[in-house]
Design a protein around this ligand. Structure first.
Ligand code: SAM
Ligand code: SF4
Length: 330
């Protein structure tokens, strides 16, 4: 389905929980957040129904995210149930990787192939610091397991943070020389509680790229260096087994080609990550509305999708989105 700016909206990111087993400093306050009550979280059957109706409107790709999706019981069975929706061509997952070792085989059997794993440092002590207590060994075991199990592509997401992991850029980049991972640098966005604080720690992808180019040439992969592969610009260090991606929501808006909708864990549809305009689907759903009503609400949300968001790297012009990333679904 096309919006008023002729963008084909075919991708839905679904947060299945706002809960998380980590507390990344840029994403959550240390005490965690007041959680959405158990009854207010969409049940799997409700999420399934919304995805089915959205697929009837042209959604062909779904990414399961959170919070941390793997903390919700029954996630693999839920993902397997999405096979019953014929229009869906691709279901993928974003995870912090902590529980991945134990879940990988079930997720693979459920049909997941494409997986994104967040890892903001390769140093155990720094990883524990940024995640407020995470054990990097769990994530590394998870990454090994998904590789052995046959997932592909395996994408590793690094949020670039000035003064924290800028000294690790080259170590991350070098990983792609030997390993078939796509290492993706994501610019820190001014979201939620940490919005203003995050702003001073922002590091542009242009700087990261410059540093990587001191060790090797970055060759655009199949034309994807120009942004035709969604928001990431993809490169390869000459001779490398893996790829390096840059996702630059702050310095280089990808709004013009944004094809996404997001469903929050409490059943609200967001047409833009960085606009707090939400459409409640859970209320009508629980009042017993027909599929036609859900369709109307989804169409309405798409019709209000803004042309572009307003964050910018100029620190004097900063528009903060009030919701936390783990509530919205990153
Ligand atoms: N818990 C899972 C994880 O960490 O991968 C899935 C949810 S998390 C909200 C999804 C992605 O959003 C992660 O890669 C995380 O690093 C990223 N993220 C969270 N807050 C962010 C921010 N303020 N700016 C940029 N990326 C952010
Ligand atoms: Fe949890 Fe992911 Fe947010 Fe970290 S980034 S606190 S792992 S939801």
């Amino acid at each position: 389905m096309f919006d008023q700016y002729e963008r084909d909206i075919n991708y839905l990111r679904v947060s299945i929980t706002d809960r998380c087993n980590l507390r990344c400093t840029y994403c959550m306050p240390k005490e965690g957040l007041s959680r959405i009550g158990h009854d207010d979280i969409l049940r799997y059957e409700e999420i399934h129904r919304i995805i089915r109706v959205a697929a009837g409107l042209g959604i062909t790709k779904v990414r399961i995210t959170g919070g941390e999706p793997l903390v919700r019981r029954g996630v693999a069975e839920f993902i397997a149930s999405l096979r019953a929706i014929p229009e869906l061509k691709d279901v993928s997952l974003t995870t912090n990787g902590i529980l991945l070792d134990g879940c990988a085989e079930n997720l693979f059997a459920a049909g997941i192939r494409r997986i994104n794993i967040s890892l903001d440092s390769l140093d155990a002590e720094k990883y524990a610091r940024i995640t407020r207590g995470g054990d990097i060994r769990d994530v590394l075991r998870g990454i090994r397991k998904v590789r052995e199990t046959g997932f592909s592509p395996i994408k590793i997401n690094i949020v670039a943070i000035k003064g924290f992991n800028d000294d690790e850029v080259l170590d991350f980049a070098r990983l792609t020389l030997e390993n078939p991972y796509q290492i993706r640098f994501i610019e820190l966005m001014p979201l939620g509680h940490a919005g203003i604080e995050n702003n001073g720690r922002y590091l542009s992808n242009a700087i990261i790229r410059e540093r990587i180019e001191t060790v090797g040439r970055l060759e655009p992969v199949d034309g994807r260096g120009n942004g035709s592969d969604g928001p990431a610009r993809i490169y390869r260090l000459t001779g490398g087994a893996g790829e390096i991606g840059f996702i630059s929501p702050v310095s280089r808006h990808f709004c013009r080609t944004c094809n996404r909708l997001r469903l929050t864990a409490e059943g609200h549809l967001r047409a833009c990550l960085l606009s707090d305009d939400e459409t409640d689907l859970k209320g009508p759903l629980r009042e017993g509305c027909a599929d036609g009503e859900i369709k109307k609400l989804i169409r309405g949300a798409i019709s209000r999708k803004p042309e572009q968001h307003e964050i910018a790297c100029n620190e004097r012009h900063i528009k903060k989105c009030m919701k936390e990333m783990q509530e919205i679904g990153g």
